[in-house]
Design a protein around this ligand. Structure first.
Ligand code: HT7
Ligand code: ZN
Length: 843
């Protein structure tokens, strides 16, 4: 496969001034007619190349005259006039057999498109690159009650609809939806008085699951006006829920398409976590209207320009709607679990990669989540006001353009007068910097010294120091904040910061709010974390102190079979007993580092992680938590029961999450009865699933599992939970067998990405199960990835990530994993997507 390089970027030689598309829909032979106005730029060549894939060309004309372009697997080349001309083509496509869910495809009888990143070329011949922006008019003919496309409706009669999108856009934002759908309507008036019609389109029967999404959309529209000054710009905004979808959702202009799991919500069928995720994804896609659509990316290497910024914006939104510290803590857990793991393994790449074979493989945690962290650091460094000023300049200067990271940083330089040359390394250097901190105290002067180190890697062989904002506060020995939070900018490899005029040696709280995506290694006093757990005024660092005590103790338990650390358990009990602390925060305090995070820590320290030993240590720690908290657990459980009516808001869901974390510990000591009672009387999915999950863990879940299946067998999204939970709650020696048995279930519709991920995502996340010593986890997943690849290469390639850590385990596991990687790589028809991922992972 061909490798594409950022350094080879060349603009397209033609402007596309308008695009007209006409679709005659039919499951196996949809006809697409295109009429596209091209204008050669100065010194354009006399031939042009249009992307096209899996298209049957029926006819092609230039200025009304038939032409015979040269066709290849990835497009066509044609001689063209040296003046503006009209290209017309007719192609035939087969949506029903498009199982890749890319381009125009069918899901449960409904037509649907996914064009990011390069799906439009499967619809018609076109310069399918994000820097070619044009105005689209779309006509759809088909016997369906709902016919949708981007922009505003022009006309709608039976069997026909016309849409016009006045805003120039790249082809990846094109969308079409047709089918028997029902609308949940709403409306929003923008702050300048424009009335916008809102709709969430769903399959008949799902109408009752749209109200929450609609409110989230309205909240997002209002928030973007209030916080970023961004208004919506069309008369209508449509969302469509689709069951078969490769990712969470897609921000097509005026017509967002959502995985049904990312929009449909109800008390009975969705957990509190589902509600929160739906709110965040709706916001994310809506925010793309400005950060992604009005201002888009020049090329796919700049993906973080829209994704990092939009993730950052959706995190700000969630922090405002719910709890800012809780959002930060959960984001950091996720960042460490996914992005740090990626950055420490063979898939490591810079936030702005410099080469790829298959762009769909670069929708990664690094581009998205680390991309958002980089924006957070920029804001921290320049300050909130300067950030707002730079953003206004960005929107003014670049509206309607396809931009680069250079354009983005330049607005910050122009708005603030700062030179961001060094900061730009965050975009070009791969890997997670390690920052070491130590301190010293000399007669009233306190000195903090930081050292940064970035491990050389294939894409970053000669790393240079980065700008690392370290938010720091100082506490007195009695726990008073004596120096409030300030940003220390670490720019050198090693640098000291001095604090004068302190009466006594302070205790530092560094990297507050996780102010930079680094691994912090502390050379501070031994009881430092225990002190911060008791006293830190920064909620993130208080949680972090508990987490590092738990982690240190677990690592000791793994290495030396030590007993759980009582300092940690005592500190935990003190926090859990603090009734004025946010319940969600306390629930998070009960969490343990993931088993995979522990394996990473062991590997980093030069040890070989044993998944079974890590599992046992984690279970022992859970038992120790239960034992140590036994006096307060019943009270915590009772005090956090939530009265009706159910609401999925931060307050209620926080209470439920603490009650459910408590339930899980209680049942370890007293058996499953309490969980059974909760399961039996639950009136919402959060309670029902939490009950079921504890019952399964306690090996008392058979009846509940059957009852749950009987109750929910017709609800795909709930059944995804049923499939996944059984794998998640299996003991390590049962996880693979459980997953294998589930693949025999008649409802294991493996071509549906949600269902495939429910089983195999859960298996991959089951650390001790997936890495079972005999290699059965590796084999089962490889068998299924080989089967899925010809059907859906995108989802296959994303699931290959499960293997990214294979080199950190023992020789036997490495041999077994390598054999499965080689077996997959030897598959004759392997897709470009899977081939690139597996080659990189194999190393
Ligand atoms: N911009 C979108 C990313 C995307 C995608 C979505 C669905 C299916 C395939 C896809 N490829 C890329 C989603 C987002 O980040 O908002
Ligand atoms: Zn996005």
């Amino acid at each position: 496969p061909q490798t594409i390089y950022l350094s080879d970027y060349k603009p397209f030689g033609f402007d596309v001034t308008s695009v007209e598309l006409t679709f005659d829909l039919a499951p196996n032979c949809t006809r697409v007619r295109s009429k596209i106005a091209f204008e050669p730029k100065a010194d354009a060549e006399r031939t042009f190349f249009l992307h096209g894939k899996e298209l049957k060309l029926i006819s092609a004309k230039i200025d009304g005259t038939d032409v015979s372009p040269a066709l290849s697997d990835d497009g066509l080349t044609c001689t063209v006039p040296d003046a503006p001309f009209i290209w017309e083509a007719e192609v035939e496509i087969d949506p029903e057999n498009n199982t890749a869910l890319d381009g125009l495809y069918m899901s449960n009888g409904m037509y649907c498109t996914q064009c990011e990143a390069e799906g439009f070329r499967k619809i018609t011949y076109y310069p399918d690159r994000p820097d070619v922006m044009s105005v689209f008019t779309v006509r759809i003919n088909g016997p369906h009650p709902v016919l949708l496309s981007n922009g505003n409706p022009v006309s709608q009669t039976e069997g026909h609809a016309e849409w016009h999108d006045p805003w120039p856009k790249p082809a990846y934002l094109f969308a079409l939806v047709a089918g028997e759908l029902v609308a949940h309507p709403g409306s929003f008036t923008t702050r300048s008085g424009r009335d916008v019609a809102l709709n969430i389109y769903v399959r008949p029967g799902d109408e009752g699951k749209c109200a929450f999404g609609m409110q989230a959309l309205k909240d997002s529209m209002k928030w973007d006006e209030d916080v970023y000054g961004r208004e919506y710009d069309l008369d209508i905004f449509n969302i469509v829920a689709v069951d078969d979808f490769n990712m969470g959702a897609m921000e097509n202009k005026g017509l967002n398409v959502f995985n049904s799991s990312a929009v449909l919500a109800s008390q009975a069928t969705s957990t509190d976590a589902n509600f929160e995720r739906i709110e965040a994804i709706i916001a994310h896609e809506y925010f793309h209207n400005w950060t992604g659509n009005r201002i888009t990316c020049r090329d796919w290497f700049q993906l973080c320009l829209k994704e990092g910024l939009t993730v950052f914006r959706d995190a700000q939104f969630t922090a405002d709607m719910r709890s800012a510290p809780v959002k930060r803590i959960t984001d950091v857990i996720d960042l460490r679990g996914r992005q740090f793991a990626e950055d420490q393994g063979p898939l490591s790449h810079p936030v702005r990669p410099e080469s790829f074979q298959e762009i769909n493989n670069f929708y990664t945690a690094t581009v998205y989540e680390k991309g958002a962290e980089v924006i957070g650091m920029l804001r921290r460094i320049v300050g909130a006001q300067a950030y707002d000023k730079a953003l206004s300049l960005y929107f003014d200067r670049h509206d309607g353009q396809a931009c680069t990271i250079e354009d983005w940083l330049k607005v910050f330089e122009d708005a603030t007068g700062r030179d961001l040359t060094q900061f730009k390394r965050w975009y070009s250097q791969a890997g997670t910097p390690r920052v070491t901190v130590k301190d010293a105290w000399y007669a009233g002067t306190y000195i903090l010294t930081f050292t940064q180190h970035l491990k050389p890697s294939a894409t970053t062989p000669d790393p240079q120091p980065q700008v690392i904002p370290i938010v720091t506060g100082l506490l007195s020995p009695s726990g008073q904040e004596v120096v409030s939070s300030q940003v220390l900018e670490l720019t050198e490899e090693s640098q000291s910061f001095t604090f004068e005029g302190l009466a006594e040696r302070p205790i530092p709280s560094v990297l507050r709010g996780f102010s930079a995506p680094v691994v912090l290694e502390s050379e501070l006093a031994e009881n430092h974390a225990a002190f911060l757990l008791a006293h830190d005024t920064d909620p993130f660092n208080r949680w972090e102190a508990g987490r590092s005590l738990a982690k240190a103790s677990l690592l000791d338990m793994v290495r030396t079979d030590a007993a759980p650390d009582t300092q940690y358990l005592d500190g935990l009990r003190a926090v859990m007993s603090q009734g004025d602390l946010d319940p969600t925060f306390r629930a998070l305090m009960l969490g343990l580092p993931s088993q995979s995070d522990l394996a990473t820590a062991l590997h980093d320290a030069g040890d070989t992680p044993d998944p079974d030993v890590i599992w046992t240590a984690s279970e022992k720690m859970r038992a120790a938590q239960a034992e140590h908290l036994k006096e307060i657990l019943p009270g915590l459980f009772a005090d956090h029961q939530v009265p009706e009516p159910y609401k999925p808001d931060a307050d209620q869901s926080g209470r439920r999450s603490l009650a459910n974390a408590t339930l899980s510990l209680l049942c370890r000591m007293e058996g499953p009865e309490r969980a059974q009672r909760q399961f039996d009387k639950a009136d919402n999915m959060t309670q029902q699933l939490a009950g079921l999950s504890v019952l399964l863990r306690e090996k008392a879940g058979d009846a509940a599992l059957k009852a749950f299946e009987e109750q929910w067998k017709d609800d795909r999204l709930v059944m995804d939970k049923w499939f996944g939970l059984q794998v998640m709650q299996a003991d390590p020696d049962q996880a693979v067998a459980t997953a294998a048995a589930l693949t025999e279930h008649p409802d294991f519709k493996w071509k549906n990405p949600n269902r495939f991920r429910a089983v195999f995502g859960a298996l991959a996340a089951h650390h001790a199960g997936f890495h079972a010593a005999g290699g059965s986890g590796y084999k089962l997943l490889a068998d299924w990835l080989i089967r899925l690849d010809p059907v859906n290469p995108q989802t296959t390639a994303r699931m290959c990530v499960a293997f990214q850590t294979w080199q950190r385990y023992d020789a036997q596991r490495q041999t077994l994993a390598a054999a499965e990687l080689d077996r997959m790589l030897a598959t004759p028809t392997l897709s470009r997507n899977a081939s690139e991922m597996l080659t990189r992972i194999r190393g």
